[in-house]
Design a protein around this ligand. Structure first.
Ligand code: EPS
Length: 390
């Protein structure tokens, strides 16, 4: 399976094409829309989210609520486009026409300066429009399709926020809970936390940060339950599923690090306290006493839940000025005010859930080649029976 996305933040629409989905899979716009809505929420979002009411249009590959096996094309319109039709127009303009809202002042922490140099754009808006996290809308739409495939195979995925600006959730409050139970808590929480006892501290910190013209980052966790063991491969570096998942999380705008299970804490523990001892029972087949490795050994799933976390830097668009250089005058300046979110960590947890869902679904399709969903289900079930008695 593969996909491409296209679209500028203030252009007419975002577009994605997914190729390689099995036929016969139930799929509706409604399934995707509920995920798009989750991405738009979370305390700390800015004014743009009041303009956009993200909904998807499925324009190919689905008939009467089921996939056809042909490419599925998804479109999400930008409601803000009506304010940007001249600035972002597609057609050529006259040389003497004034282009409004040009940008010559790169913001530290953004793609602006490096992207401008690379593509020869002296109007840095040409960089900003594509590097904007607006693109994550359509990646969530694509991931929602992948999640539908996972759910058809009895695989559950959930995400939650584990830290914002130094305030951490207490894992004791959610360890041992199922993905469905965690989702229930997170969906009713203002910052998508699975430990609501810290929510108020987090929302207060976001409000205070916003008042100071600043921004804050945090960490998010994604959990997948029900992946069979042995998905991915150790035989070649580019077939390791944990590596693909790590790359997908790192590809989310503003993400700077990824860890699985105990993660960086492993550097501080001896092997005897890290590796997960192997158990077997008639009922469940092979399981592990612990899940410190976050569901992976040798680039393959162990059958235990996949647990992956990513860290998001504070959003670099600040109302509080940071020093930069105007590329036209080469003069230093200290003010670049663009509309922004003060904290998008909750929204980013939804994006992480969806990019990880894509990798998991794709790995299953690589391993259990199937053109249609009923055959895929059968293949996965046969494999599960085989691994249980291995
Ligand atoms: C973003 C800047 C803001 C955010 C945007 C990401 O948009 P604007 O420039 O229109 O104010 O709202 O996020 C989204 C539009 C979104 O859908 O998440 C940026 O520069 O990355």
């Amino acid at each position: 399976m593969r996909y491409l996305t296209a679209g500028e933040s203030h252009g007419p629409q975002l577009t994605a094409i997914i190729e390689g989905l099995p036929a016969q899979m139930p799929l509706t716009a409604e399934m995707i829309n509920k995920e798009l809505k989750r991405r738009q929420g979370g305390h700390g979002r800015g004014r743009r989210m009041q303009i956009e009411k993200d909904t998807v249009e499925i324009v190919s590959g689905v008939r009467h609520g089921k996939t056809l096996g042909s490419p599925v094309a998804l479109v999400v319109k930008n409601d803000d486009w009506k304010h940007w039709t001249n600035i972002m127009g597609i057609e050529p303009i006259d040389e003497n026409d004034e282009v409004k809202r040009q940008i010559s002042r790169p913001r530290p922490g953004h793609a602006d300066l490096n992207g401008g140099m690379k593509y020869g754009h002296r109007d840095l808006r040409n960089v900003l429009e594509r590097s904007s996290a607006r693109e994550t809308t359509v990646r969530v739409a694509v991931g929602a399709v992948a999640k539908q495939l996972l759910s058809q195979l009895g695989i559950e995925i959930v995400s939650h926020v584990t830290e914002i600006g130094g305030i951490k959730t207490n894992p004791e409050s959610y360890i041992g809970k199922s993905a469905a139970e965690i989702r229930e808590i997170v969906e009713n929480d203002a910052v998508y936390c699975a430990d609501p006892s810290v929510t108020k501290q987090m929302t207060d910190l976001i409000d205070e940060t916003k008042k100071n013209g600043d921004s804050i980052g945090g960490t998010v966790e994604v959990i997948i339950e029900g992946m069979p063991a042995g998905i991915g491969s150790y035989v070649h570096y580019d077939r390791k599923l944990d590596a693909k998942i790590a790359a997908s999380v790192m590809s989310i705008n503003a993400f700077k690090g990824v860890e699985f299970g105990l993660g960086f804490e492993m550097a501080r523990k001896p092997g005897s306290q890290v590796h997960d001892e192997i158990l077997w029972s008639e009922e469940y087949g092979y399981t592990r006493k612990t899940n410190n490795l976050g569901g992976f050994e040798g680039g393959m799933t162990t059958g235990m839940p996949i647990i992956v976390r990513g860290v998001m830097k504070p959003i670099p668009t600040l109302y509080k000025p940071l020093q930069s250089i105007d590329i036209e005058t080469k003069e230093p300046f200290q003010a670049s005010i663009e509309r922004s979110d003060s904290c998008a960590v909750p929204a980013a947890s939804i994006v992480a859930e969806h990019v990880v869902a894509w990798e998991a679904a794709n790995a299953l399709l690589e391993q259990f080649d199937a053109d249609q969903l009923p055959r895929l289900k059968e293949n996965v079930q046969n494999y599960l029976d085989y691994t249980k008695g291995f």
